[in-house]
Design a protein around this ligand. Structure first.
Ligand SMILES: Nc1nc2c(c(=O)[nH]1)N[C@H]1C(S)=C(S)[C@@H](COP(=O)(O)OP(=O)(O)OC[C@H]3O[C@@H](n4cnc5c(=O)[nH]c(N)nc54)[C@H](O)[C@@H]3O)O[C@H]1N2
Ligand SMILES: Nc1nc2c(c(=O)[nH]1)N[C@H]1C(S)=C(S)[C@@H](COP(=O)(O)OP(=O)(O)OC[C@H]3O[C@@H](n4cnc5c(=O)[nH]c(N)nc54)[C@H](O)[C@@H]3O)O[C@H]1N2
Ligand code: SF4
Ligand SMILES: [Mo]
Length: 896
């Protein structure tokens, strides 16, 4: 018999900035099997639920297969000509600043480099910005102010050595799970190590933390100014380091002392107790090896850059930088957020960390690219860029690998801007996205597993993403698409590449020249002359790279160990920062504050993770987390649908009452869009207010009001084929194994809804059954063909959703059809359906299974639960929820 055996190929995960190495293998059924790469220094073989499910998302479902102009399929040649001519014509009539590119940290370095080269170098405008503006730009600006360059000082091994880790505005357990597990492993080995979490919500990252400071949103600068003042007062600063290697300490301290004169004042502003604040300050002051790891709770703020510097100030004051286990650590979000920063994807930098304000650097780059048109001044940052589209200043935009109609704040405005823009070009792998719907030209891009190039992770480690499989339809690599458009625009000589390795070498060569010129941080000289074969085989390289490392190694490099920084004086800069309240104020009209962020198993706008039934099962509907007291005050119960209003727009979500949220605050995940829900998109609500220095929008503090939606009926539907349910007021789609799951709510009466839904049943079914159960007034319906359920629903005035977890499993069952029908009619899940909602995505263990194991075997700790059920033995990021189930069932025992 012919066996289909392909080798394991090393590549890098498609998702977060941890940059885990994977090994993948194509299977005979077209699927891809994925496992962690034990030799990769970022993860040493570990993967999280998203990484483990990578294979499931490699599917042709929903893919954009051909180029389209005005919705019609066309050849590559005509689509590329349309784009090139459209841009040329606009530039001819209105000048280079009338066009723009909006890029993404999900492009490969090679794609990113070329897009930047085309816009800044050859079109002659710096209107090229990226979704990193929404993500890392406050960190970039903070680094530049303090260090002179955008330099990440530390590396992942610092997490193994740190005696204290402070997570500031980072839900690492869900957003960078492999690093969180690494911290937990170190803590288990050395129990004296401490973990402090600073976050307005109690998150999964608080599981196992020694201290949680639930600060009021936006008060981080107050907390860290207080820490600086405390360190000085208690003489816990490193005066030798401050004197020899820094500038501006006195000024920063004066402001900090004015801002945060005593702990009582800090307690009042931050809402934390004096005892907790003192405990944190003492820990920071008395611990030698401290890593402060921060993310969007810091960056996405109207004061994001100041928040970053307030943290860095404390590290500089104590010399906790450049040493093993000690650094301020900006953890990046996207797989190639760092690569984008290297090539100059942001509008206010040139390329290879060369800057606009230096005529020599401008000349160096002009010569290297052999162009006379290099942009002379910074371009528009993301929010400004879309404002310029709206005002008509920008008339042509090319959006690549990002979905701004979902991810930029004030999405109604973004949508209106694109609707008015004469030319919108979108490169994406997926056909139907909120942004793609507004495109004149859609270009099908290769996705992860098809494309090839490099990405840089949070610790400056460059890894190869390799092609594992062929692309469906006419999809092409992003770099190829960009180079073809550039050639058609007349820049043939500068954009002729045989393959992506040539682009990479050019980028590395530029960093070498830049480094020779300014002796700065970014130096890839060791990769500037690698052969094609060496590029193909390239093992992970952490920069600076002065020599190609032939094999993956765990040698870690830090910056600033010698006390020298990249400022003109070579000294690090303290930045004096004042705590400011957000301009977004609460009022009687908008009395609650909406925080937004991520959930464990979804990635951004769900265009990829939404394809995985396993990942979607953790959370299937847009939800609003609310404190019990606020819920009561707004007359809301769990599972109500609520309308959320902000000064910018309206959304509707399902209420989840949750003690982890403080009074007056709310939390909503960012993942739902207009493509998968009627109104679950959070950026309908968020305001486009930005940090004055970085231009990063404040996404975590929107004032809103709530109103319960009283629908007359609700239904849950499963169908093998997609349904269009836009006629119903409230709807949410979810991918499940075997088909689709829908949740709807309607103003119709339940009996009317029942009638309407029956019409959606596909024709020519073998069996149709229906039932109306009087005592709970539920209408049930199911139809099957070839012994498989094709379509089923439950409809009622109100359904208790938590009793219907099993509904999402209906189409995946190997259970005999009779018992499926029985489950449906009786609403009592039979067989495998009885698993309940999936808690452990890796091992597919459900809540009902876990609860009954806990009860039957009287399990009191997570380790035993894992042993008994396997849940938590994969990536471990569900451990917090396992603990919660145990706690809840113990509470039930006490109260019953
Ligand atoms: N599962 C999953 N993982 C991801 C992603 C994903 O979509 N899904 N996306 C990736 C990307 S691009 C990014 S940028 C990262 C983001 O990773 P994180 O920044 O960890 O994620 P968020 O949930 O956006 O926000 C982090 C926390 O900031 C808190 N916060 C809000 N306001 C404040 C404040 O004023 N001060 C402080 N101290 N905290 C505050 C929020 O309550 C939230 O828990 O995740 C990456 N990893
Ligand atoms: N309210 C609120 N809004 C936020 C945030 C928040 O915390 N709160 N976080 C912000 C942050 S940190 C980020 S990073 C953004 C993320 O927001 P987006 O970048 O808009 O989110 P994605 O869904 O990752 O969009 C990537 C798109 O590129 C496509 N794609 C994937 N791979 C490729 C490829 O190789 N080539 C091409 N051409 N296309 C590809 C995907 O199908 C998808 O449509 O959201 C921001 N918006
Ligand atoms: S932590 Fe998870 S999502 Fe992030 S790179 Fe690793 S496997 Fe991928
Ligand atoms: Mo991000």
């Amino acid at each position: 018999m012919h066996t289909f055996d392909t080798p394991w190929i090393k590549s890098t995960c498609a998702y977060c900035g941890v940059g885990c190495g994977i090994e993948a293998k194509a299977l005979a059924n077209g699927r891809i099997e994925v496992r962690g790469d034990a030799s990769h220094p970022a993860n040493l073989g570990k993967l999280c639920s998203k990484g483990l499910a990578l294979g499931e998302t490699v599917t042709n479902e929903g893919r954009l297969l051909t180029p389209k102009v005005n919705g019609e399929d066309c050849s590559w040649d005509s689509a590329l000509t349309e784009v090139a001519n459209g841009f040329l014509e606009t530039i001819k009539q209105h000048g280079p600043d009338s066009v723009a590119f909006y890029l993404s940290g999900q492009l490969l370095t090679e794609d990113y480099y070329l897009a930047n080269k085309l816009m800044k170098g050859f079109i002659g405008s710096a209107n090229v910005d990226t979704n990193s503006r929404l993500c890392m730009s406050s960190s970039v600006a903070g680094h530049k102010r303090a260090f002179g360059t955008d330099t990440m000082p530390g590396c992942y091994q610092d997490l193994d050595h740190a005696e204290l880790i402070v997570l500031v505005g980072s839900n690492l357990a869900w957003c960078h799970p492999v690093l969180f597990q690494r911290i937990k492993a170190a803590k288990a080995k050395y129990p004296q190590r401490k973990l402090v979490v600073i976050d307005p919500r109690r998150t999964a990252s608080c599981h196992g933390a020694d201290l949680h400071l639930a600060i009021k949103p936006g008060t981080d600068v107050m907390l860290f100014n207080g820490l600086l003042n405390y360190l000085a007062k208690q003489q816990l600063t490193d005066t030798a380091f401050i004197e020899a290697n820094t500038q501006g300490f006195a000024q920063a301290l004066t402001i900090a002392a004015l801002d945060a004169p005593n702990i009582e004042h800090i307690a009042q502003v931050t809402g934390c107790s004096v005892a907790d604040i003192s405990a944190f300050y003492q820990l920071f002051g008395s611990t030698d090896k401290v890593v402060s790891l921060y993310s969007q709770g810091v960056n996405q703020s109207s004061q994001g850059t100041d928040k970053v510097n307030s943290i860095i100030n404390c590290h500089l004051a104590t010399g906790k930088i450049g040493r093993e286990g000690a650094c301020p650590f900006s953890i990046t979000g996207q797989p190639n957020a760092m690569g984008g920063r290297e090539v100059g994807g942001l509008a206010n930098t040139l390329a290879a960390h060369l800057e606009f304000d230096s005529p020599e650097e401008h000349q160096l780059l002009s010569q290297f690219w052999q162009t006379k048109k290099l942009a002379a001044k910074p371009g528009l940052k993301a929010v400004e860029m879309f404002d310029a589209i709206r005002s008509g200043k920008i008339k042509a935009i090319w959006i690549m690998a990002t979905n701004p109609v979902v991810s930029l704040p004030n999405s109604n405005k973004i949508k209106a801007a694109l609707q008015n823009c004469p030319l919108v070009v979108v490169s994406d792998c997926i056909a139907d996205t909120d942004t793609g719907r507004l495109a004149h030209v859609q270009l099908p891009a290769m996705g992860w597993a098809e494309k090839s190039g490099t990405v840089t992770n949070s610790e400056r480690r460059i890894s190869r993403q390799r092609r594992l499989t062929t692309s469906p339809g006419a999809a092409r690599a992003d770099w190829w698409i960009i180079s073809e458009v550039a050639k058609k625009m007349g820049f043939k000589a500068a954009f002729s590449y045989r393959h992506e390795g040539e682009i990479f070498r050019e980028h590395a060569k530029l960093t070498q020249l830049a480094h020779e010129h300014k002796q700065h941080d970014l130096d890839l000289s060791g990769l500037a002359n690698i052969s094609d074969a060496e590029y193909a085989e390239m093992a992970p390289q952490q920069w600076p790279v002065t020599q190609l490392q032939k094999e993956a190694n765990t040698v870690q490099q830090r910056f600033f160990g010698d006390g020298k920084f990249f400022t003109p004086s070579t000294k690090a800069q303290f930045i004096a920062v004042h705590y400011l309240t957000s301009p977004q104020r609460l009022s009687s009209a908008y009395p609650l504050i909406l925080n937004t962020g991520r959930i464990r198993d979804q990635w951004h706008t769900m265009t990829r993770t939404g394809l995985s039934p396993g990942l979607s099962s953790h959370q299937g509907e847009p939800l609003l987390l609310i404190n019990p007291q606020d819920a009561q005050a707004c007359s809301l119960s769990s599972e109500d649908i609520v309308q959320i209003d902000s000064p910018q727009g309206q959304a509707q979500m399902r209420v989840q009452i949750n003690n982890d949220i403080k009074l007056g605050q709310l939390f909503a995940p960012i993942h739902w869009s207009d493509s998968n829900s009627s109104a679950g998109k959070v950026t309908r609500l968020t305001l486009d207010l930005t940090d004055a220095i970085s231009g990063q929008p404040e996404m975590k503090q929107t004032p809103v009001s709530l109103k319960r939606c009283d629908f007359n009926s609700q239904a849950l539907i499963v169908s093998r084929t997609p349904l269009n349910l836009s006629e119903f007021t409230y709807w949410v789609t979810q991918t499940i194994t075997g088909g689709f799951h829908y949740t709807i709510a309607s103003d119709l009466r339940a009996d009317e809804l029942n009638e309407r839904l029956q019409r959606l049943c596909p024709r020519q079914q073998d069996i149709r059954i229906q039932a109306h159960i009087d005592d709970d007034s539920v209408y049930r319906f199911a139809s099957s063909k070839a012994e498989k359920i094709q379509f089923a629903y439950s409809a009622s005035q109100r359904l208790t959703l938590k009793h219907y977890d099993w509904f999402t499993l209906l189409l995946s069952q190997t259970t005999p059809q009779a018992s499926l029908f029985l489950s449906l009619l009786s609403a009592q899940p039979q067989g495998d359906l009885a698993k309940g909602k999936i808690v452990c995505a890796c091992k597919q263990v459900g809540a009902t299974q876990l609860c009954s194991a806990i009860k039957q075997q009287e399990i009191k700790d997570v380790a035993t639960l894992t042993q008994v059920t396997q849940a938590g033995s994969g990536c471990g990021s569900c451990v917090g929820e396992l603990q919660q189930l145990i706690t809840e069932s113990q509470a039930e025992l006490v109260t019953t």
